[in-house]
Design a protein around this ligand. Structure first.
Ligand SMILES: Nc1ncnc2c1ncn2[C@@H]1O[C@H](COP(=O)(O)OP(=O)(O)OP(=O)(O)O)[C@@H](O)[C@H]1O
Ligand SMILES: [Mg+2]
Length: 312
């Protein structure tokens, strides 16, 4: 089978995730290439390992670049650490004021506290960058490559984590507001309240998009091996906990050749895992990709992979 439904006009965001080394980047890049034939497409790498650059053989960075030789395809790296630095820089004063007004911390403690991370904030800021792009609407499709499983899940769970943090911050503020009201008789909302509200709105925007199956699709990539299957089972279950339903799955590195004893043994060894995947995920569209003789680097091998992803 081939990947289906990615051309639906409502579908904006397509995220690839899975265990380390199973082919997420290759599949994300090949999918973006395929989509760019009919849609203006932005390929977004959230993996600090810069693998999209390696895969395409073209340097991608924190600014959108057009991909050489591909008409409608652009790419950007959105790395959580960098997104977090930009966020901290922009909101240093609100964060400081939040701590200064809601805790007994002195200046030194506050600075120390600010150097620590807020749970989920780095991932949420990279997601915010992505959602800002989507809302700007310059592209029809946004294809996201993630780092191995834990990272995709951190990305997905970041709204919940940040939401919990906002709740605590709001509670601390509530005490402050109560004190001010008791002394001054009234309380006027300040920049910290506005900041918490805007964070809350960001969380909601991201949750709404992620949980909208028409607008966002998560495609797990796996290989026919025991550990990869266990990790995929956990990934898909965790996605469901976040109300994200996988519709299709890519099974990569499938051995098809029987030309030599080694190939035959590899193929036989994989058979039971492929059967297992077919049984567990009988309701998903399963897309099998063969093991190629060469690695997938550069446009020509990517076009070959794309053929298997979209034309079988
Ligand atoms: N079907 C395939 N046949 C042969 N080589 C493949 C196939 N799919 C991927 N590869 C190669 O396997 C390596 C890992 O692939 P890729 O980088 O896409 O995986 P990944 O899941 O993104 O890895 P990471 O978890 O490190 O981000 C690359 O060298 C790629 O060219
Ligand atoms: Mg990768």
């Amino acid at each position: 089978m081939a990947l289906t439904g990615l051309g639906n006009s409502d579908l904006k965001l397509i995220i690839f995730g899975g265990k380390g080394g199973v082919g997420k980047t290759s599949c994300a890049v090949a999918t973006a290439l395929a989509l760019s034939e009919n849609f203006k497409t932005l390929l977004i790498s959230t993996d600090p390992a810069h693998s999209v650059s390696d895969c395409l053989g073209q340097q991608i960075g924190y600014k959108v670049v057009q991909i050489d030789g591909v008409f409608n395809l652009a790419a950007i790296e959105v790395i959580a650490d960098e997104a977090l630095s930009v966020f901290k820089e922009a909101h240093q004063s609100e964060l400081k004021k939040l701590l200064a007004t809601s805790t007994n911390l002195d200046n030194e403690d506050i600075n120390e506290m600010l150097s620590l991370s807020i749970p989920g904030i780095d991932e949420i800021m990279s997601f915010k960058t992505i959602i800002d792009f989507i809302e700007e609407g310059q592209y029809d499709k946004y294809v996201v490559d993630t780092a191995p499983t834990g990272h995709a899940l951190r990305l997905i769970s970041s709204p919940k984590m940040l939401d919990a943090w906002i709740k605590v911050a709001a509670k601390m503020r509530w005490k402050y507001r109560y004190l001010i009201t008791s002394f001054a008789g009234s309380y006027k909302q300040d920049e910290v309240d506005a900041f918490l509200l805007s964070l809350k709105k960001t969380v909601k925007r991201i949750e709404n998009l992620l949980q909208d199956n028409a607008k966002c699709e998560f495609i797990p990539v796996c290989i026919p091996e025991a550990m990869a299957i266990s990790e995929t089972i956990r990934l898909i279950a965790d996605l469901e906990d976040f109300k994200i339903k996988a519709r299709q799955i890519i099974v990569n590195h499938v051995n098809v050749s029987e030309d030599c004893v080694f190939c035959k043994r590899r193929k036989a060894g994989q058979a039971k895992y492929i059967q297992q995947i077919n049984e567990i995920y009988s309701e998903l569209n399963r897309v099998e990709i063969p093991e190629f003789a060469e690695e997938i680097q550069g446009l020509e091998p990517l076009k070959n992979l794309r053929k298997y992803l979209f034309e079988n």
